[in-house]
Design a protein around this ligand. Structure first.
Ligand code: GZL
Length: 339
């Protein structure tokens, strides 16, 4: 643990009776100071991610968590990192809003001797961090594509005309999910009519869906939302336009994250399938920090466990890159236990 020494000067009476200033070492802090630069507060997923860190990095557990909500602004996030360096925290956790523009700031962390742990989204232009804890976003996209392929076959749907509501441009979650789903769409000859940024928010999902309805009404039978909050917005827009969706509707609705509210809509049949992205990384991050405290070398990559949730077992299994995947039908117990 880095000692937090605040050298203070105190007056002390010398033997000769003269006053003299002598350095006094402040008490070493017993707390491990962790700076966490979080993306923002744009979604239910993000709320769960933040809560996971706030539940783990508590004073009772031996931590002083310095939390910054970067409000989806990359400049704010880099500023937060530099503030943590000035504060001389013991560790920095960052969920990078976008995947590039990081090497300079991470070099400053390295020069300051502050280990960085990346969670959730990835950094493409620097490797100056100890570990990354998160999900394989391309696998999530491939799983959505392979499930849709099996679902279309099971329901005799021969033509797929899809609209995609993407996440924040430049976010690795957006890049990976888009890449994975597009790979299956290309292989199957599906048409992706449009793919626009909904910024992972409900308002963004609604605005993009309203625009899609104006441009493509009657031409699409699949909507892919790259997180649940966008799906909530798309549902509002399709409902207002009198477009049916879900297991009994004209439009197949696919989502990602599988937060509690998303799973409730799968259970009701409004969302056909929801591809989980597990936000509860903090316990795994703490394990990395404790390994570093003990002088051990942590894993450089830690992948979270995830499930593919569906309304029923029309499709019970499918394969991603030759590996069998199992669909999980949503139950009350699953909804109750979700984040
Ligand atoms: C994915 C995460 C994304 C979620 C969204 O790991 O970065 O950001 O899918 C969130 O809900 O906004």
């Amino acid at each position: 643990m880095k000692k937090k020494l605040a050298v203070a000067l105190a007056a002390a009476m010398t033997l000769s009776g003269a006053l003299a200033a002598v350095p006094v070492m402040a008490e070493d802090s017993d707390l491990i100071v962790v700076g966490f630069a979080q993306v923002g507060h744009e979604s239910d997923w993000r709320t769960a991610s933040t809560q996971s860190c706030q539940d783990v990095f508590t004073e009772d557990n031996g931590y002083d968590l310095q939390f910054v909500d970067c409000d989806n602004d990359s400049a704010t996030q880099l500023e937060a990192i530099r503030t943590f360096i000035e504060q001389d925290v013991d560790y920095i956790i960052v969920d990078p809003i976008v995947s590039t523009g990081w090497d300079e700031a991470l070099t400053e962390c390295e020069d300051a001797g502050i280990p960085v742990i990346v969670i959730d989204r990835t950094i493409e232009d620097s490797d100056k961090y100890v570990s990354w804890v998160g999900s394989n976003f391309k696998t999530e996209g491939l799983a959505a594509g392979e499930w849709l392929k099996a679902y279309a076959e099971a329901n005799g749907i021969e033509e797929i005309n899809a609209l995609v509501i993407e996440g924040t441009t430049g976010a690795s979650a957006t890049i990976g999910r888009t890449e994975g789903f597009s790979e299956i769409a290309d292989a199957e000859g599906w048409t992706i009519l449009d793919s626009q940024d909904g910024d992972f928010t409900q308002s963004g999902g609604q605005e993009v869906m309203e625009s899609y309805i104006k441009s493509y009404e009657g031409q699409f039978n699949v909507v892919v939302c790259q997180n649940d909050n966008e799906a909530f917005g798309a549902i509002d827009a399709m409902t207002a336009a009198g477009i049916s969706y879900g297991v009994d509707g004209d439009v197949i609705l696919i989502s990602f994250d599988a937060c509690t509210a998303g799973l409730e809509l799968v259970q009701s049949g409004d969302i056909n399938a929801d591809f989980e992205c597990n936000p509860l990384a903090a316990p795994f991050v703490e394990e990395v920090i404790q390994q570093l405290e003990a002088g051990e070398t942590p894993e450089t990559e830690v992948y979270m466990e995830e499930h593919w949730y569906t309304y029923d077992d029309t499709v019970s299994t499918f394969e991603v890159d030759g590996v069998e995947q199992t669909c999980t039908v949503v139950t009350d117990e699953i909804v109750e236990a979700q984040y």
